[in-house]
Design a protein around this ligand. Structure first.
Ligand SMILES: [Zn+2]
Length: 233
């Protein structure tokens, strides 16, 4: 499998194959592949705690709750933690440490792949991000951790012209993806295919398009996407 591009729709199985493991939790610092992976998904009955800033360049991701065992009934009522009871770092702790060391100039930024669940079995690759900051804050009721991630530049390979051009990618906010998926019924808007789909920017960023509204985003399959690239070139 070639590395997915930002905006590619994939199945849960494909995502796990890509990352070489059965992904279960939201935050995964350095999997067996050496890569760090974050999963975004709509939490039951709650609005997204994650948000998109900076015209789609920046993702603010909320950390994970304490696990639901050992007498913990509702993790949403408890502070998020950097350490487990035994003193080892939680995933919040591991990502926070990486961000802190980066800010001190002790290391390069951690590269994090971000996937987002659109609905059961349907995921979108949001791209590769640099972890640049982490902090704790109150959400009004408890302490939560926030992680600031900058989208790295995607290198799109346009097969038709066999040349590589750099596209400044932008993250499509969750609510926009949900709206577009529903509107386009999970199919390519041109040929109706349900395979190899991609959230496509009708007008690219480089030509003034935005990722922040559904009317500039549509679902295309890989073939229709390539045909479109052909015309633009
Ligand atoms: Zn198509």
């Amino acid at each position: 499998m070639t590395m997915p591009h930002s905006g590619d729709v994939i199945s849960y199985i494909e995502m796990c194959l890509e990352e070489g493991t059965s992904l279960q939790r939201g935050m995964n610092y350095r999997l067996a592949t050496g890569r760090s992976v974050i999963l975004m998904s709509l939490r039951k009955g709650a609005p997204y705690a994650d948000r998109v800033e900076d015209q789609g360049r920046t993702l603010i991701y909320e950390g994970h709750d304490v696990p639901k065992f050992g007498g913990v009934v509702n993790p949403k009522l408890l502070d998020q933690e950097l350490q487990n009871l035994g003193g080892s770092l939680t995933q919040n702790g591991l990502f926070s440490a990486a961000a802190a060391e980066f800010k001190l100039g002790l290391r390069e930024s951690e590269i994090v792949r971000v996937y987002e669940k659109i609905r059961d079995g349907v995921w979108v690759f949001n791209g590769e991000f640099e972890l640049v900051d982490a902090w704790g804050e109150s959400d009004g009721n408890r302490r939560v951790f926030k992680f600031k991630l900058h989208l790295t530049e995607d290198v799109e390979t346009t097969l038709a012209v066999s040349q590589i051009h750099h596209e400044h990618t932008r993250l499509i906010p969750s609510t926009v993806k949900q709206e577009v998926w529903k509107r386009d019924k999970g199919r390519c808007v041109i040929c109706g295919s349900t395979k190899n789909l991609h959230f496509d920017h009708d007008i690219p960023f480089s030509k003034g398009g935005t990722s922040l509204t559904a009317n500039n985003i549509r679902i295309l399959c890989v073939n229709c996407n390539l045909a479109k690239s052909d015309k633009i070139e």
